[in-house]
Design a protein around this ligand. Structure first.
Ligand code: FES
Ligand code: FES
Length: 158
């Protein structure tokens, strides 16, 4: 068995120390060690986007990132998108008003990608939104509603 590592992770503004095996992914560290189950495990192979989080403000697939790679960086999950007690983030509000989900399994990842899409300036057109969001799969086929929600949120955020 490989030797465990003790890591300090900054997640949603709070610092956590955890002891994990070196091969533990950021997704498993968040879900199983820190109890942050908002980030979903769909494929665990980088193909569905359900595990999307932000690291230093950029979106990453937490299932393809080692927990150790996130040490010393600021991790944000869907739970930390807005401060506790604050209103919904404009992207969350837009997903609600456009019914941009059905089962909701892909939704945290969609929202984290959508926030990055808008902040990085890739929400200029529906085609651009679809292209940027293409790594976030939705088995329920809510894509037209998701694009509409991103478009609305972009107006609010710009
Ligand atoms: S769980 Fe990470 S991309 Fe599917
Ligand atoms: S809302 Fe069900 S997978 Fe997207």
């Amino acid at each position: 068995m490989s030797k465990s590592l003790t890591l300090k992770l900054a997640v949603n503004g709070a610092s956590h120390e955890l002891t994990v095996e070196p091969r533990v992914t950021l997704l498993d560290a968040l879900r199983e060690h820190l109890g942050l189950t908002g980030s979903k495990k769909g494929c665990d192979q980088g193909q569905c986007g359900a595990c999307t989080v932000h690291v230093d403000g950029e979106r990453v697939l937490a299932c393809l990132t080692l927990a150790a790679q996130a040490e010393g960086r600021a991790v944000t999950t869907i739970e930390g998108l807005t401060p506790e007690g604050a209103d919904l983030h404009p992207v969350q509000a837009a997903f609600l008003s456009h019914d941009a989900f059905q089962c909701g399994y892909c939704t945290p990842g969609q929202i984290m990608s959508a926030v990055a899409c808008i902040k990085e300036g890739h929400a200029g057109s529906d085609a651009e939104i679809r292209e940027y969001m293409s790594g976030n799969l939705c088995r329920c086929g809510a894509y037209p509603h998701i694009v509409a929600a991103v478009r609305q949120a972009k107006e609010v955020m710009s």
